[in-house]
Design a protein around this ligand. Structure first.
Ligand code: ARG
Length: 613
């Protein structure tokens, strides 16, 4: 871990001490160092003596004393004591804190590269062609982007894979219906596509239901022909869709061109939204379902030839011993399924993209699907990397966005909110908020041009929505409450942005040059300064943990804690009016590092950090 991480340094010291005191091998020792919850018990504690004493039937506080005596803490600790039954408490020295802060004070902010032997593949966004993005895609896009940023920050090769729903019967239905209506494909909007998609879906459903009912009640051929006549348009639509799908699959140029148009119209809006969101996702990250079309037949062949799938009433299915639910991989009519494409995609991602970790940022409601797919992949061995090691496949599940009524977020007429409508509202609210502040004569934004204020407002609105989406445990549902999200107080994005902007204007007001501040000596003496320093030093380890545990909320929590620590520091320790110039510069440097860590953390979350608010 980073050279400026006090936990890592203490672990190293205590490992040596424990090895010397107990005669064991240092590498096998767990030093159990953690930050103390209460400053009365020091900055950090080593809790290893208890477990070791228990195993050796020795006296824990006696063992703790021996460990402490053998641990090289000089230069690191200014005070130690042994509390309770054998906890070792450590207070870092001011010199050590200053030294660690100086080590962190570089563009990398103490985050050491943590390369992996293989790439990380992140399945994110996952929108569907001809459908508006709704709030569920917010989560798949925003959380996926942050996971990608975290791994990139650690120096890992990352593939962002937008598994676009651009293939299969639903798309063919939409395409066929638009062509029947003789629509001008050059002028279509996403709304048009969405309407056509819905209409085509509804048509298909009534048709299937009607036919199924007719068959179920034992209707003979004559009755079915009659049904056919009554439902002529619907059946014709279905035949038309199937014919269109065939043309698409065989590469008929005119059909492919129209299909490409549907994709372009959809993606233009998706990219407009990802730009608004500040998410790194472009055309180079889209590898849709259609990409795998030639790889689906081979999936079936492989499963069948290995005896892992078998025929069941004309369909091909994989049965698992531990669940009743079979995984359907080919329909009786020869059509492939969502699972077939995902099997082909895992195979590609592991074997061709060299994905040692494949992370699916997808709605928790798809958990059965991914369990089945991953188990199928392991059965057939497609999780084997070229070097023979196994890839880690994980479904990073996220919960549902709820309305204030605790039901999935819908408009009053019961429709899904489009993501665009939601973001437009958030931006509008952010702009109002920023204008309100700028009206105060002592606000740093007072007198700024309207375009600048609007840009800051947009950053606040989007920051609010993203932070709210990221700050909880991803798997939990959350209530979309714009009033709460956008407040400048509380555990919100704007609170952190505001903390950052306040420090930026404090430093500007100090009149000190960046060089003078960078040359200052860190001297964290007061309790609030020490507390702030310890918060700062935690940041690199938090970034690593957030990536490894797939927990972006840890970055949010660390930034919130840091903003709070800075507020307490600012209350307790005068900066511009410090007693002497050394203290003033030390505090300015602490402020500057805090500002950069807040900005760096917000950047990992894909949230803008304006200098004035
Ligand atoms: N398009 C899918 C949906 O809207 C999400 C795709 C998720 N990724 C995947 N590889 N299945 O439900």
């Amino acid at each position: 871990m980073a050279s400026c991480d006090p936990v890592a340094l203490l672990e190293q010291a205590f490992r040596a001490g424990i090895a010397a005191a107990t005669g064991t091998d240092a590498a096998s020792v767990d030093p159990q160092v953690k930050a103390s919850a209460d400053p009365k018990h020091g900055d950090f504690q080593c809790n290893a003596a208890l477990a070791l004493a228990k195993a050796a039937k020795a006296n824990p506080s006696e063992l703790a004393r021996r460990i402490l005596a053998a641990t090289p803490l000089s230069g690191l600790a200014e005070r130690t004591d042994i509390a309770g039954p054998g906890f070792i408490n450590v207070w870092l020295s001011q010199g050590a804190l200053g030294h660690l802060l100086a080590g962190m004070d570089a563009p990398e902010l103490g985050i050491d590269p943590a390369p992996l032997p293989h790439a990380v593949v992140i399945d994110l966004c996952g929108v569907n062609v001809a459908k508006q993005m709704h709030v569920g895609h917010l989560r798949a896009t925003v959380i996926g982007d942050v996971m990608a940023r975290l791994h990139e920050r650690l120096g890992r090769k990352v593939w962002r894979e937008n598994h676009l729903g651009d293939w299969g019967l639903p798309i063919a239905m939409t395409l066929a219906s638009l062509r029947r209506q003789k629509r001008d494909f050059a002028r279509l909007t996403l709304d048009d596509l969405n309407t056509a998609y819905r209409a085509a879906q509804a048509e298909g459903k009534s048709d299937e239901a009607g036919q199924a009912a007719a068959i179920a009640c034992g209707a003979g051929p004559h009755r079915l022909a009659e049904f056919d006549a009554q439902n002529g348009p619907a059946l014709a639509a279905e035949r038309d869709a199937k014919a269109t799908l065939l043309k698409l699959q065989s590469g008929d140029p005119a059909t492919v061109a129209d299909w490409q148009r549907l994709i372009d119209v959809t993606m233009a809006e998706v990219f407009a939204t990802t730009r608004t969101l500040g998410v790194k996702l472009g055309p180079e990250h889209s590898r849709g379902e259609s990409f795998y079309r030639e790889r689906l037949g081979p999936v079936i062949e492989a499963f069948v030839s290995k005896g892992l799938a078998r025929e069941d009433q004309g369909a091909i299915v994989v049965h698992y011993a531990d669940r009743d639910r079979p995984m359907l991989i080919r329909k009786a009519d020869g059509g492939f399924l969502y699972a077939t494409t995902d099997l082909a995609a895992v195979r590609f991602r592991v074997q061709e993209l060299d994905g040692g970790r494949v992370i699916y940022v997808v709605d928790a409601r798809q958990r059965d699907h991914f369990k089945d797919v991953f188990d199928g992949v392991r059965l057939i061995g497609w999780d084997a990397l070229r070097d023979g090691t196994r890839a880690e496949l994980s479904h990073m599940q996220f919960g549902t966005v709820l309305g204030k009524d605790k039901r999935p977020l819908r408009t009053r007429s019961g429709e899904n909110f489009t993501l665009k409508a939601l973001l437009d509202e958030a931006i509008e609210r952010g702009i109002q908020q920023v204008f309100r502040r700028a009206a105060e004569t002592d606000a740093p934004t007072h007198g700024l041009r309207e375009t600048d204020l609007r840009a800051i407002g947009a950053a606040v609105g989007i920051g609010a929505v993203k932070y709210a989406d990221l700050s909880g445990d991803p798997v939990k549902d959350y209530v979309f409450d714009l009033d709460r999200m956008i407040a400048f107080e509380g555990d919100t994005g704007p609170y952190i942005q505001y903390a950052h902007a306040r420090i930026a204007s404090l430093i500007a007001r100090s009149g000190e040059s960046a060089a003078a501040i960078a040359a200052a000596t860190y001297a964290p003496i007061e309790p609030a300064e020490r507390h702030l320093a310890l918060c700062l030093l935690r940041f690199p380890a938090v970034v690593l943990a957030a990536a490894e545990h797939q927990a972006p909320q840890r970055v949010c929590a660390a930034l919130h804690e840091l903003a709070n620590a800075y507020a307490s520091f600012y209350q307790a320790c005068p900066v511009l009016k410090a007693a002497d110039s050394g203290t003033r510069l030390s505090r300015l440097r602490l402020s500057s590092l805090t500002q950069r860590v807040l900005a760096g953390g917000l950047d990992l979350l894909g949230i803008a950090a304006p200098d004035r608010m």
